[in-house]
Ligand binder design. Structure first.
Ligand code: SF4
Ligand code: SF4
Length: 479
């Protein structure tokens, strides 16, 4: 497979492969919003006692994807805005919050496959699935043209598949079998790193007998693990139907839901970055208090906590609990001194895509990355670095210029929709332009306008239909 662009950022604070179990929490703060979901339909009441696995809330705009209680406890609504607080938490046997009548109905209507899909959705496994092209949650009743399963995670520092798979390789292969049972003939592409390591070889050997799995080996360059990029490189055309993307944790959740009918309530996430004391992986439940994690791992109180990776994560700021889609926490030491003309100051300890630092004379090294932006914002200098690294083949600087002049149609024609939001353009930009942020906003604006046009067309069609009906009725009456 041929890729383009991409760039690896080497930073200190890479999590090791170990998994630490965090102490049992007394209270959980479950965020009612995550990157893709808004759990606006609350299904529990104040003071209600719940078991682990009970449905606390649903996202009505995403096929009713549920927010599950990870442990047993007592509900406190409104105690913290934007959270369901679970107090007096205890670890009891989890249960599957499934409606028997619903299952019977689905079985009669859609058979075994329908029941499996219902279980995946209700037991929290479906939330690990992505539409490869849009990153949204795919329709659980839909049929994909192919499924991409990735064991690779390249953004610093998100949870790595090799850490999540330790001692769970059999669960993983069983999860793949369950996934295959949902498909008819569509291929499953399993993405592995193109390296020789004991672990990669073990996975290859386990999968070798599965004729329906096509192995895809990719170079370890960010962001070649992105589902949108992989779908394009695999030549899967968007107009031939959806492509599902799912990572290691999703396959393990699928196995849990369909082998033992248990909800997926535990997460293995990474905690990495230069501000972490012993970067590693941790086992937590959603809602786990962020403060307990920070007290254990964060070196300085002023460090910046990011929900996600260095390039695409969001500042966790005042977040009280781990959100349900969290794949890793990154901690960057806060740069407290102001750097005047930082972009021209030669730095030995600073690596940059731009060969303007003294460090360009060194071999590549892992850098102590802080929250400092390293320089002031400037206009675009047309250096073309953003274009060099863009894995989607875009000209981000050109789109930036269109957007600066409010030329949204031109940005649309320049295929801003192909942007996978990897953030490399912003990272390499010597002028500190938030190119990624601008492109995301433009995509949202274009999508909103297209939706308005679609709604208007539907309104006009409906008006024409009514007019035709009224005409026909009046003709019949006059006869
Ligand atoms: S334009 Fe989009 S895809 Fe290209 S580098 Fe920037 S964020 Fe990544
Ligand atoms: S990297 Fe920044 S300065 Fe260079 S062309 Fe792109 S937007 Fe312009």
């Amino acid at each position: 497979m041929r890729f383009r662009g991409g760039y690896n950022i080497l930073l200190k604070g890479k999590p090791d492969r170990n998994i630490s179990v965090m102490p049992e929490p007394e209270v959980l703060y479950l965020p009612l919003a995550s990157k893709r979901f808004t759990f606006s339909e609350i299904c529990v009441q104040q003071g209600q006692k719940v078991n682990g696995g009970d449905i606390l809330a649903k996202d009505p705009d995403n096929y009713g994807v549920p927010l599950l209680a990870p442990l047993a406890g007592e509900i406190k609504l409104g105690a913290e805005e934007g959270y369901v607080v679970l107090d007096n938490v205890r670890k009891d046997e989890e249960r599957a919050d499934l409606a028997e009548k619903e299952i019977e109905h689905i079985e009669a209507k859609m058979g075994d496959g329908g029941v499996k899909r219902y279980k995946l959705l209700s037991l929290g496994a479906w939330q690990f699935f992505y539409d490869a092209y849009t990153g949204t949650l795919p329709d659980p009743q839909g049929d994909p043209q192919a499924v991409i399963v990735s064991t690779v995670s390249l953004e610093p520092f998100l949870a790595r598949g090799d850490a999540q798979l330790q001692k769970r390789l059999l669960d993983f292969t069983r999860g793949l079998e369950h996934l295959q049972s949902l498909l008819e003939y569509q291929p499953i592409y399993l993405v592995l790193p193109d390296i020789t390591s004991a672990f990669a070889d073990l996975v290859r050997n386990h999968i070798r007998g599965y004729a329906w799995v096509k192995m895809v080996e990719i170079p370890l360059t960010y962001p070649y693990d992105d589902f949108g990029i992989l779908a394009r490189r695999l030549n899967l055309k968007r107009d031939k139907g959806p492509v599902w993307g799912v990572r290691t944790e999703g396959i393990l959740a699928t196995d849990r839901a369909l082998t033992i009918t248990k909800p997926c309530t535990v997460r293995i996430i990474s905690i990495g970055g230069a501000g972490v004391d012993g970067p590693t992986h941790i086992m937590v439940v959603p809602g786990y208090p962020t403060k307990t994690i920070a007290d254990k791992y964060v070196l300085e109180p002023s460090a910046r906590l990011i929900d996600g990776g260095v390039l695409t994560g969001e500042i966790a700021g005042q977040s009280l609990g781990v959100e349900t889609e969290c794949r890793g926490l990154t901690v960057l030491p806060e740069l407290e001194e102001r750097e005047f003309l930082g972009f021209v100051r030669a730095g030995w300890g600073r690596s940059s895509y731009t060969p303007c630092f003294l460090s360009a004379l060194r071999k590549r090294f892992r850098e102590d990355y802080t929250s400092g932006v390293r320089g002031e914002g400037r206009p675009c200098v047309s250096c073309g670095y953003c274009e060099d690294v863009c894995p989607a083949g875009l000209m981000p600087h050109l789109i930036h210029k269109y957007l600066y002049r409010d030329l949204i149609e031109e940005a649309d024609e320049a295929r801003v929709d192909l942007c996978i939001e990897c953030g490399l353009c912003s990272y390499v930009c010597p002028s500190k332009i938030d190119v990624r942020g601008e492109l995301i906003k433009a995509k949202e604006l274009i999508a909103k306008e297209q939706e308005e046009i679609r709604q208007e067309q539907l309104r006009q069609e409906e008006a024409r239909r009514r007019e035709a009906e009224a005409r026909k009725e009046s003709e019949e009456n006059s006869e």
